[in-house]
Design a binder for this molecule. Sequence first.
Ligand SMILES: [Zn+2]
Length: 511
Amino acid sequence: MIYKTLIIGVLCGYQFDVRFLETSSLTLRDDYMPHTNSTPLAFCRFRSLFMLASGLLSSVAAHAIDEEFISYAQNEIAIVNVTLIDGTGTASKLNQTVIIKSGRIEALGSSADISPSASTHIIDGAGKTLIPGLVMMHEHMFYPTGNAHYTEMLYSFPRLYLAGGATTIRTAGTTAPYGDLNLRDAINHGKTMGPDIDVTAPYLNGPGLPILKIKSLRDAQDAKNMMQYWDQEGVTSYKAYMHIHQDELAQVVSSAHQRSRKVTGHLCSITYKEAAELGIDNLEHGFFAATDFVKDKKKDECPGSDLHQSLVDLDINAPEVDALIALLVSKNVALTSTLTVFETYTQGRPKAYPLALEALIPQVREQYETQWQKIAEQENATWPIVFKKMMQLEKKFVEAGGMLMAGTDPTGYGGVIAGFSNQRQIELLVEAGFAIEQAIKIATLNGATFLERDNNVGSIEAGKQADLVLINGELINDTSAIRNMAVVFKNGVGYNVSKIVQRTKSVVGLH
Ligand SMILES: [Zn+2]
C-alpha cells in the first residue's frame, strides 16, 4: 500500500507540474476567480484516473504533499448524530446527519430521517458539533517579528489557518503581494494546503507609516495606477490604510467599483462618516479605528493618541453614536470585528492559548511574553474600558441591522497567531453578547455574503461546498469547545487538526 501511494504521488507530482504550466496560459481572470462550482481542484486529475484503474473507488485523490494530514478522503462521508450549527444564525439542531459526496454537501437533516447508503463512510458525531468552515476577513500572511518589521509566514500560516477552522480568508492588506497571490494559486492547484484566499492588494496608504514595506501614495492618480497594476496581477479586493486622504479614497472606491471589487479600510485620517459617504464597502476593527469622536479632528490627518482618549471618553449611547451606526447601516458598510488583536493590549485578559505559544519560535515567543507582562503591569490602564465599550458597540451595530464580519489581524506584538486566533475571535464574539449561533454566522455566512461566495460556502446547506468543522464537544453549552476542532473539511477532504498543529510547532516567526 505504501508502495502504491508512493507511485501515485510521483505520478501526480509530475502531472501537476504539467497542469500548472498549462493553466498559466489561461486568462488571468479565469485563473484567479474563486473556484466555485468545481469539484476539488486540489486533486490531480490523472491521479484520479489512476486510482480508479487501481480499484480504489472509495478514495478521493488528494495531493501527496498533504496526505499525512488527511483523515478522510472518501467520496461519500456521513457525519451522523451530530449537533449542527449551520451558519445561518438559526438555532442549533441536535442529532443531525450531514452527507458529503464528491466534495459537496449532498443532504442533511435529522438522523432519524436520513440513512446513508451502504458504501458511505460513517463518522459518529455524538458529543460533537459541526459548524461551517470559517470565512475570516482579516487574515494576513505576515506576522510581527520585531522593531516594526513584519515577516511573511507563507509556510505556517496557511496550515494554521486551516487547522483553526478557516476554509476561506481575505488577506485584508499585504506586505508581499506576490507571496499571497502565488500561495492562493498554489492552494487552488493543490500544491499546498490552506484556505481559499481572497487576495487584497498592497495597502493604499498616505505618507506617515513607519513600516518600510508599505508604499506612500503620492496622489489620487498614483492610487489609480497602483490599483490598475495589482488588478492585472490578480488581486480581488482593496484596502485603504490609515494615512490615505479623502481625494485618494474617492479614487480608490471608484476604481474598485468599476471593476466590481470591494474596498475595506483601516482608517484614521478619514472618519467612518466620511468614508461611508465616499462609498467604502467595509471598515476594519469594529469601532476601534473610528476617529469620528475626536474633538477638533483635522481633515486628512490622523489624530494620534487622541483617538484612544476619545474612545475612553465616549458615551456609547450618545445620539452621535446612534447617528453613525444608522449611517453605516443605511450605506451598507460592513464592519469587521477583530477583537483578538485589541485583546492583546488589554489588561486582565488571558494570554494566547498554550498551544498557540508552542507554534512560535523562541525569539518571538519571548518578545510576546515580555510585552504581555509589561502591559499587564501597567497602572491606570484605559484599555479595559475601551475594549468593553467596543464590544458593546459591535453588538449595538448588529442590533441596528449592521453587517458584522469576523477577522483576527495577526499584528500587534505577536499575540494573534493564525488559526488559534480564529477560534479566539468566536469566543470573544460570544463574550460581546452574541449567541453562539450568531457568532458562528458572523464568522461564516456574513463573510461569505460580503465576498459574494455565499452561493457556494458560508453555511451548511445542501449543494454547497463541503467546508465543515467537526468539533469535539457541545459548542452550545461550552464556547471554549471551539478550541477542540478535530477535523476541518475543505472541499470534502477532512484534515486532521491535531496532526497539523503538532507538525507546525516552533515555526511561526521563522516561515
Ligand atoms: Zn491588519
